[in-house]
Design a protein around this ligand. Structure first.
Ligand code: GLN
Ligand code: ZN
Length: 760
């Protein structure tokens, strides 16, 4: 009989109780023992829920006090020397210091977990002799068994993935590092085996990326070692997020089970299965339910797929599971009370996905129950159909417009050189114009005002008047500081995606749909569920007001189509490309509206382009092509004299420079400080011949940068960039900064610009 399983369950809790507990502990409002008790309660609740729903193989040890990569590093005593660790069980204080930094020691780097919006802490191997500090999987296994009688499936980050995602060693040392880690992994697994554990899930998502022949050799060594050392443990070698490369080598490894993603890796994995079959002595972990998407699965489609899988795998050797950990979706749809009913009916968050898994498993395992199941299946198909046929998904006006756009190659009327000339005449800006990225400090007062307005305690008029006051203040400040191109400050926005989503058609917002982004930080992505459409001007009022208060140019400020898409949950019935074009078409109407009221500079932010990059290299070019096209669609209809700006954060730039050039923005501003000189260096190898502002100071710290630091930075940049195209701006928006430090920093920045101009 087939079994059901999940690869991991969200940590944060339906009410974000996990986040709240962590933050209370950090703030000193919770004792360490209270934190342990609280997190234990949350953990057990989650296990109990899966047990009650009827999941056969329940994961343990995917729960974390912060991040699972950090847990793995800490388990092996991999603690950077600057945190003064002295051996033994790692104190919780050190655990959190690594993640969050201290006054004297910077936090470990954090980076994206594959192509998700989850961020993990990057282990630093440099100078460390690894050793086991505590067998966390064993403790988790024991707890589930003792407390709830659950025969849990410990989840562990696999050695190859762990090594490949770590830093602080040379490529040539990889084998030496593997030799150090492998015996530790073996001990962890042996203790689990001795304890009576049956299944362990060893996560090796690295296998869906392009790994070379050396890594394949290492992979064999790892799993052959395990086969000999823990013969009684059933290892599920788990992959996710895409189809595996080297399918035939992987399914030959001496493990009990192979876990494949049949949602995000469907085409590739199915093709492999069809050509190479599946070993008769192995279990297939069939990732059928999307662990990253929020939509209910069509049971009919899934059963058809299962039927095909059963051609290659006996039902007894089948585990029906989520495609990846449910970490990436919110907890439950149950408490949502404000979503359109049709939408709500078509959603499945983590808890609903548990039901889906159980239902599918029943459907393949017990034909006897067919009737009871048939009703559930009908109900689901009905809900999906209703959404499909809804007006929101069938706006012929949008679809017609986008279909027409689709065939065009959007471009500005003139090429950059010509536009640059016209814009220079039009704007008469000094050499190295100074500007900012858009937002000014979102003070407690600003946030309070918005809250009052949202709660209805402040009228729309009162709130709008308050925002205008802020704009007044900051226009004066900017003039007084001497900035050349001003902004209105984004005081009316909480968030650069939500603000637009709330004003466009096709979006919905959950009340509780949080997912973990990194550490205790959670995000609540909007849902793009219908055709996206422009309803009314979104930024014109504030921008026009700001412009009316000054003679200097005020930049309009929009979030770009790709960023809005990548930071939302999106519908899956049409290609992402089409969603991007719908967004572009809607945003273009905003760009045009701004231009109509006399705004002559418009910035379209695209900090999240990189986040949508497919894992498979061969798919990246196509994505970038339509992403660039969406940006150009948004911005191409303006006059030559209208200056289009864009902004990105640094990691976007170096490896995408070709695509960025293709965006054809008159001016781009990018973050520079976190790249440690690499960004500037990259201009030695390649030229960039459009307007560009390399951030001259880091906005992540309250520190006020000195004039000399910034002139040095400018000088360095001008060695590789054309001075006539160079702008001076901070790294990013200033919304998280305090008022005083912002003013002081910008004063120094303008001073640095003046000094630099004199030298030219
Ligand atoms: N205009 C936005 C701001 O200044 C850009 C933010 C971003 O790049 N993430 O806040
Ligand atoms: Zn930025």
């Amino acid at each position: 009989m087939a079994k059901s399983s999940v690869l991991g369950y969200p940590r944060i809790g339906a009410e974000r109780e996990w986040k709240k507990a962590l933050e209370a502990f950090w703030a000193g409002r919770l004792e360490e023992s209270e934190l342990h008790a609280k997190l234990r309660e949350i953990r057990l609740n989650h296990l109990r829920k899966q047990q009650e729903k009827g999941i056969d193989l329940i994961p343990v040890n995917e729960f974390s006090y912060y991040d699972h990569m950090l847990d793995t590093a800490v388990m092996f005593g991999i603690i950077p020397q600057r945190f003064a660790y002295e051996g033994g069980i790692v104190p919780l204080s050190i655990y959190y210091d690594i993640a969050r930094g201290t006054k004297d020691a910077t936090a470990s780097e954090m980076t994206k977990w594959f192509n998700t919006n989850y961020h993990y802490i990057v282990p630093e191997l440099y100078g460390i002799t690894p050793t086991i500090t505590e067998n966390k999987p064993l403790l988790a296994y024991r707890e589930a068994k003792e407390q709830l009688g659950i025969e849990g499936k410990p989840v562990i980050v696999g050695p190859l993935t762990f090594l490949k995602l770590s830093k602080g060693y040379e490529l040539a040392e990889t084998d030496a590092w593997l030799d150090r880690l492998l015996p530790l992994y073996v001990r962890i697994l042996q203790e689990l085996e001795n304890e009576g554990a049956r299944w362990v899930q060893i996560d090796e998502p690295i296998l869906v990326t392009s790994i070379d022949i050396n890594d394949l050799r290492r992979l064999k060594k790892i799993y052959e070692t395990f086969a000999v050392s823990v013969p009684n443990l059933s290892i599920m070698l788990q992959t996710y997020f895409e189809a595996v490369e080297h399918y035939e080598e992987i399914v030959r490894l001496p493990v009990k089970g192979i876990g494949l993603d049949f949602v995000h890796g469907l085409t590739g994995n199915l093709a492999s299965l069809r050509t190479a079959g599946f070993p008769a002595d192995k279990v297939l972990g069939a990732g059928l339910i999307d662990g990253r998407g929020i939509w209910r699965a069509s049971p009919r489609d899934k059963l058809t797929l299962l039927e095909e899988l059963e051609k290659y795998v006996l039902p007894d050797n089948l585990i029906v599971q989520s495609s990846c950990s449910l970490l990436h979706v919110p907890v439950t749809v149950k408490h949502e009370t404000r979503l359109p009913e049709r939408l709500k009916e078509a959603l499945a968050f983590a808890d609903e996905k548990l039901d889906e898994l159980v239902l599918l498993t029943k459907a393949v395992s017990s034909p006897g129950q067919a009737e009871a199941i048939a009703e559930d299946i009908e109900q689901c198909e009905h809900a999906l159909l209703a959404l499909k046929l809804s007006d929101e998904r069938n706006r012929s006006d949008v679809q017609r417009a986008v279909a027409a756009i689709d065939t065009q190659h959007p471009r500005r009327t003139s090429a950059f050189a010509e536009r640059h000339k016209l814009q220079s005449e039009q704007w008469q800006l000094p050499l190295f114009p100074t500007t900012t990225i858009g937002s000014f400090p979102q003070t407690a007062e600003v946030r309070k005002a918005r809250q009052l307005w949202r709660k209805g305690e402040w009228s729309q008029e009162r709130y709008a008047a308050y925002v205008r006051e802020q704009i007044d203040t900051w226009i004066k400040i900017q003039e007084e500081i001497g900035l050349d191109v001003l902004v209105h400050g984004e005081f009316e926005r909480t968030d650069m995606v939500e603000f637009f989503g709330e004003k466009l058609a096709g979006f919905a917002f959950t009340q509780h749909g949080w997912v973990q982004s990194y550490g205790s930080r959670c995000v609540k992505p909007p849902i793009i569920y219908g055709d996206v459409a422009f309803v009314e001007a979104m930024t014109v009022e504030e921008t026009r007001y700001a412009q009316s208060k000054t003679k200097r140019p005020v930049k309009g400020m929009l979030t770009g189509p790709i960023t809005i898409m990548n930071w939302s949950f999106v519908r899956e019935d049409i290609p992402r490309e089409q969603i991007a074009y719908q967004l572009a078409y809607a945003l273009r109407q905003e760009v045009e509206a701004l231009e109509r009221v006399g705004i002559g500079m418009i910035q379209v932010d695209e900090p999240a382009v990189r986040e949508g990059l497919p894992l498979k290299e061969e798919a990246q070019a196509e994505y970038l092509e339509w992403a660039v096209k969406a940006f150009r669609l948004t911005t191409c209809t303006v006059r030559d004299t209208t200056q289009i700006h864009t902004h990105m954060c640094y990691c976007e730039f170096q490896d995408m420079i070709g695509s960025i050039r293709d965006m054809d923005a008159d001016v781009i501003s990018i973050e520079t400080s976190r790249s440690h000189g690499e960004l500037i260096q990259s201009f030695e190898e390649t030229t960039y011949e459009l307007g560009i502002g390399l951030g001259v100071y880091d906005i992540h710290s309250p520190r006020v940068p000195q004039v000399e630091e910034m002139t040095a930075m400018i000088e360095r940049a001008l060695r590789v960039l054309d001075p006539r195209l160079f702008w001076i701006n901070p790294d990013c928006g200033l919304k998280t900064r305090g008022t005083e430090e912002t003013i002081a920093s910008l004063r120094n920045m303008v001073e640095a610009a003046i000094i630099s101009r004199e030298k030219f």
